[in-house]
Design a binder for this molecule. Structure first.
Ligand SMILES: [Zn+2]
Ligand SMILES: [Zn+2]
Length: 331
């Protein structure tokens, strides 16, 4: 089968390998849709956790084509999405329902072979039935799970005035989730005109293109969805006193924030991060299945698997047409 290997940072190529045989507690998934995430780009650039070589792709869906002998929840032909974080279920964090901090953490597409290949063997406990959901919607189960977790952490309340920095696919999911939570006004920061237009269509009340156009000391919750350090540095200026800042975007590893400590103290801020998700897949599937979260407008490209290196190039060059790119490993 065809797979895409990141051999080491910035070295990526198409390779051939044997279709894996699922272990007794694993299912084999024929990957039908595999979304590119900012994290994949960080892995490609050597800015993230993970062991090389790696087959990337942690946002994917497909069809079950083989079953291990101890599988109980699935049958051949089931349509499924994958929760890529594999916890050990037996460390101090797992035993406290903090599986996202598992001491023996592994993740499909980060430390284990991911969805940027034609077939992946996945432990049953990481697999969720998506029934008749389109596969490219299924590829959003993972990012939406992370967004659900983040929004739950931020405690958005009825009537809140929210600012979201960045209107990429994650910003657009955050926008829709904040609305569902009852936000009365949502302002987004985005300088790409196409993305700004889409944010309007998805219900943003205002979209501004420059940090200076945001209001200072105003928003109940400010969410960074850029992971860009200079933008994150300004987040504490826009939140009101007593408000919450959620640092959601993935920054490059090894870089430091510069925040005025006295300002954080005086404003009584709550500053949060959000790391992956903790068993939020059912919530994400329900929100996608019922159309409460719309993802079709977020998808800009469907590409054959071998075009992954080119897709990374488009993302790195800030191609203005790029939103979510879905790779199609099986055509
Ligand atoms: Zn992701
Ligand atoms: Zn664990």
């Amino acid at each position: 089968m065809e797979s895409i290997l990141i051999n080491k940072p910035r070295e990526i190529y198409v390779s051939e390998r044997e279709i894996p045989v699922p272990g007794s507690k694993e299912v084999l998934i024929k990957v039908m849709a595999s979304g590119i995430c900012g994290t994949d780009v960080h892995i490609f650039k050597g800015e993230y956790l993970g062991a090389y070589p790696v087959i990337p792709g942690h946002e994917f869906s497909g069809v079950i084509t083989a079953l291990g002998d101890q599988i109980t929840r699935f049958k051949l032909g089931d349509r499924v999405a994958v929760e890529p974080n594999i916890a050990c279920d037996n460390c101090i964090h797992c035993l406290n329902n903090r599986q996202n901090f598992c001491l023996n953490w592994q993740a499909i597409g980060v430390t284990l072979p991911g969805g940027m290949e034609q077939y992946v063997a996945v432990p049953e406990k990481a697999v969720f039935n998506i029934e008749d959901m389109p596969f490219d919607h299924g590829a959003f189960v993972e990012p939406l799970s992370c967004v659900v977790h983040g929004v739950e952490r931020a405690h958005i309340k009825m009537g809140d005035n929210i600012a979201i920095l960045g209107a990429g696919p994650i910003g657009d999911l955050l926008l829709q989730m904040a609305r569902l939570q009852g936000a009365s006004s949502i302002t987004m920061l985005e300088n790409n005109p196409g993305r700004a237009e889409l944010a309007h269509q998805l219900g943003a009340d205002q979209v501004v293109s420059r940090l200076e156009d945001l209001q200072v000391n105003t928003y109940d919750v400010v969410i960074d969805a850029t992971g860009v350090i200079p933008v994150m540095n300004r987040s504490i200026d826009f939140v009101r006193s007593g408000g919450t800042v959620l640092l959601f975007g993935v920054p490059p590893s090894g870089q430091k924030l510069e925040l005025e400590a006295f300002k954080i103290f005086q404003k009584g801020l709550t500053i949060l991060s959000s790391y992956t998700s903790v068993r939020n897949s059912f919530q994400a599937i329900n929100l996608l299945k019922t159309g409460q979260i719309r993802v079709d407008p977020l998808i800009s490209h469907h590409l054959p698997l071998k075009n992954l290196p080119k897709a990374f190039e488009m993302i790195e060059n800030h191609d203005p047409t790029v939103k979510k790119i879905i790779m199609l490993p099986n055509g």
